[in-house]
Write a protein that binds this ligand. Sequence first.
Ligand code: DLL
Length: 434
Amino acid sequence: MSKVRYWQKDIETIGRRALEELQLKRLRSSFGRLYRHVPSFREKCRAAGVSPAAINSLRDIAHIPFTTSDDLRAGYPAGLLAVDRNRAIRLHTSSGTTGKPKAIFFSKRDIAQAAELVARCLTMTGTGSGDVLQNMMTYGLFTGALMMHYGAEKVGALVIPAGPGNTERQIALMQDFGTTAVHILPSYALYLATFMQQHGMDPKKDLSLKRAYMGAEPYSEKTRLKIEKLFGIDVYNCYGLTEMNGPGVAFECLEKNGLHLWEDNFIVEIVDPVTGQQLPEGAEGELVLTSLCREAMPVMRYRTRDITRILAGKCPCGRTHRRISRILGRSDDMIIVRGVNIFPQQIEQVLMGIRGVAQNYQIVLESLDELTIRVEIARDMFDGNIEHLLSLKSEIVEKIRSAVLVKPIVELLEPGTLPVTEGKAKRVIDKRTI
Ligand code: DLL
């Protein structure tokens, strides 16, 4: 029997033409509502010379002005609402790295729709009734935990709303209730494995886990493989952002080869991060998303800052929604050392593929021409033989140099030395003053 399961088969396998007709209808409706109800958006459109009457094909989306984080921040706390505030039943905020947060409102229908999308994602990867999903994301203003929670309940899984941290209790819950799936930050999954090993447990043998859903921060393919191996599970990449409902905007299927982006709910564009020009299909660039089903707060052409590309070809799973590659990094996370552009994830990809490297690392920038990498090393590398450490260190230096073209300074540390955060990991410590 085929392992492929659908939550909403008709929509998940919809033909391209029908999908595009649906997208156009929804685009016109969302754009029209936003134009009518949000004066600041209307003014921007007028300045750009575009009105709802000008949207006659999907290509016309290119005339609509972008929405940036700053636009959403400027609207705080009122939010760029396209409905009466009384229709909103939930508020989430997204803070990003600087300044004021963004207020994102959800109507009853928006919450239901977000749960539908997560239900699709979970069904696609085999989670349903009989599964126990331990949700280790933060419950609160962050969408990560709540939206996954609703979707997991919808497919009939038993949800444990554990939240993050308190690792001993997490393990006890997993063991007592036979947790089969976790929703977890990649950085926390790595820490969880370290913690178990340090306490004489084997993450592979001492849990009944089958799969993990990991997202909310960039991580490399090597990190996925490492976590899969440590726990003996399948790891599925989950992408989303508060402005577009939270988790479940794009998700990997059983093929684990790119993330299906739910195109009946979002229009996907890839643009040049500097010029904003649309790029041809397959080119790497900034992901721009337009919501098609959000009722309280539709968002047009949102500049996500996330770098990815659209993958070519059909997916063997039968879903027709196009796939994006894993997020390479954020355009604002890119670091420049000695004039070379580097995404932290390129360094992570190298580290996680080296035997002897443990689960945590940090990139420290002290000057414009120095790249320091502090990396935790597996306990068995500290075997009293200095030669082993020196050769590991030069392996790391060489492999990073060949991947990013800058020779790093590498510091080897014992496991558990580097700080672990409950939320998204802070991998880069930038001490430079300019
Ligand atoms: O992180 C929503 C989410 C929660 C997604 C749980 C997946 C799982 P925000 O806090 O608004 O929302 O942050 C959104 O996080 O623009 C990306 O930069 C990053 N991000 C999210 N998922 C991934 C992923 C949630 N799978 C921002 N890979 C996004 C890489 C990710 N980066």
